[in-house]
Design a protein around this ligand. Structure first.
Ligand SMILES: O=C(CO)COP(=O)(O)O
Length: 138
């Protein structure tokens, strides 16, 4: 599965701890992230993550492009609900695209844990079927 990690600054420690806890699950998948989040995770785990640009510089939109093409299967996006972000429109756009494509997205660790356990159980197998079809194609 293609999985993306994104965390705002005050949520990065929580993200790193979350990924460490489930490193054994994530290691079998293709991993993506925004720039700084991925750097922090790779410093503290053995995971190999494809890092896009930092969020404020376009990283959310780069991940959004994969969502639009239905190529992202799960997103863990630990947003900071208590601090305004300069790239708020990009954040809203990414979450909107997840709803357009029906992509599971967790915006807090409690939901993240449920989705990771579902991933472990094989509940994401339906996504393999979706990969065969690209949006806009017959
Ligand atoms: O801003 C972000 C998501 O909106 C995250 O970006 P970084 O991982 O580069 O800090």
């Amino acid at each position: 599965m293609n999985i993306a990690f994104i965390a705002h600054d005050r949520k990065k420690d929580e993200m790193v701890n979350f990924v460490i806890a489930y490193e054994h699950v994530f290691q079998g998948h293709s991993l993506y992230s925004t720039g700084t989040t991925g750097a922090r995770i790779m410093e503290q785990t053995k995971l190999n993550i494809h890092r896009f640009m930092s969020g404020p510089l376009g990283g959310d939109q780069q991940i959004g492009a994969l969502v639009a093409q239905n190529e992202m299967d799960l997103i863990i996006f630990l947003r900071d609900p208590l601090m305004a972000q300069p790239h708020e429109p990009d954040i809203i756009a990414l979450l909107r695209l997840c709803d357009v494509q029906g992509i599971p997205v967790a915006t807090n660790v409690a939901t993240g844990e449920l989705l990771v356990r579902a991933l472990q159980r094989g509940d994401f197998a339906w996504r393999e079927l979706v990969h065969k079809y690209k949006p806009g194609e017959a």
